[in-house]
Design a protein around this ligand. Structure first.
Ligand SMILES: [Zn+2]
Ligand SMILES: [Zn+2]
Length: 329
């Protein structure tokens, strides 16, 4: 199983945790996704889903008699993406080696944000007191994160990596308040794109479509129904401009970039299981190979060319239904 490339979802809710009888099927923990590639572990975001993941990683480390080496990537630092980190047990184990990357204006920004998140006023244990060996650094969109035989690093190019390298590219999106990083994780020719906390644009987010082109798995924000987004859902305000997508928007991106599979993510915490299932049906109208993420969902990444059921080819006319900008007057 050395070359396997897998995804496991540990937290799929957006905004805040949503435990209770109405959310049992999809789960109530906030954003956290585990990627396994050739025996290495990458964690996307540290919502409350990272808490059970931490316990599972500790169990595996004991069973395999190995020290943990982990790569944690933050899309951004809104509460639902960092609130689980102070409870991530492997970060308290001195033998753990933890590499953490995320957005930020200077290389030190990420360190400051995590320090602040555990300041004495708001949390009893400081970041320094979490005794794992930590390398924490903000990276820019131009950098490429590489994990190969020479370890984990952010570099300017992936020109000299070996066949077994994990290569992670970044798209800095403006489609969420304060920016968000979208990651494209490539291993042995297959790619996963993690695009959470992003709002669709009219005519689709063309930069995202280019960045995600041909991805074997696209994980995309699908927080709202169309009714909710446009202010027609009783009891909820319109959410246009909040920085989250509808299931239709996610489906449009998946179709436009010819993804292999679309996984709807960052479910609205106020939605019941039935409402999340309805989101899945909406996305399928745009992109047949869609499903809603649930806690515990485990996916082996298969390449588009190996897929038995071919995805429905994208109808290029879909893109043309939006008016093109007028040139001159
Ligand atoms: Zn979020
Ligand atoms: Zn956010």
């Amino acid at each position: 199983m050395k070359e396997e490339f897998k995804i496991k979802f540990w937290g799929v809710r957006g905004s805040y945790p949503a435990p209770g009888a109405g959310t049992i099927q999809y789960g109530g923990n906030t954003s956290c996704v585990e990627i396994s590639a050739g025996g290495r572990t990458i964690i996307l975001d540290a919502g409350t889903g990272i808490i059970p993941l931490g316990r599972e990683l500790m169990k595996r480390a004991v069973q395999e008699k190995k020290h943990l080496e982990l790569l944690l990537l933050f899309s951004h630092f809104h509460h639902d993406h960092i609130q689980g980190f102070p409870f991530f047990v492997p970060a308290y184990i001195p033998s753990t080696s933890l590499h953490i990357f995320g957005p930020g204006g200077t290389p030190e920004t990420l360190q400051h944000i995590l320090d602040h998140n555990q300041s004495a006023e708001t949390f009893p244990v400081s970041l320094r007191e979490m005794s794992a060996a930590k390398k924490i650094r903000s990276v820019s969109e131009a950098q490429i994160i590489i994990w190969d035989g020479n370890g984990i690093r952010a570099a300017g190019s992936d020109a000299s990596v070996d066949d077994d390298a994990l290569v992670i590219r970044i798209y800095k999106s403006n489609a969420h308040p304060g920016h968000v990083y979208v990651y494209r994780i490539t291993y042995r020719g297959k790619s996963i794109v993690y695009a959470t906390d992003t709002e669709g644009y009219a005519g689709t987010d063309r930069k995202l479509v280019n960045f995600a082109r041909g991805a074997d798995v696209l994980i995309h924000d699908a927080q709202y129904s169309e009714e909710h987004y446009y202010g027609a859902l009783a009891g909820f305000p319109a959410t246009q401009g909040y920085g989250h997508s509808t299931a239709n928007m996610a489906g449009e991106v998946a179709a436009a970039c010819n993804a292999g599979e679309l996984i709807l993510f960052h479910h609205e915490p106020a939605y019941s299981d039935e409402q999340v299932t309805a989101q899945e049906l909406c996305a399928k109208n745009f992109f047949a190979n869609s499903r809603a993420a649930h806690e515990g969902l485990d996916i082996a990444v298969i390449s588009n060319t190996e897929r038995e059921v071919k995805y429905v080819p994208h109808d290029r006319n879909q893109e043309r239904r939006y008016p093109q900008p007028a040139i001159g007057h």
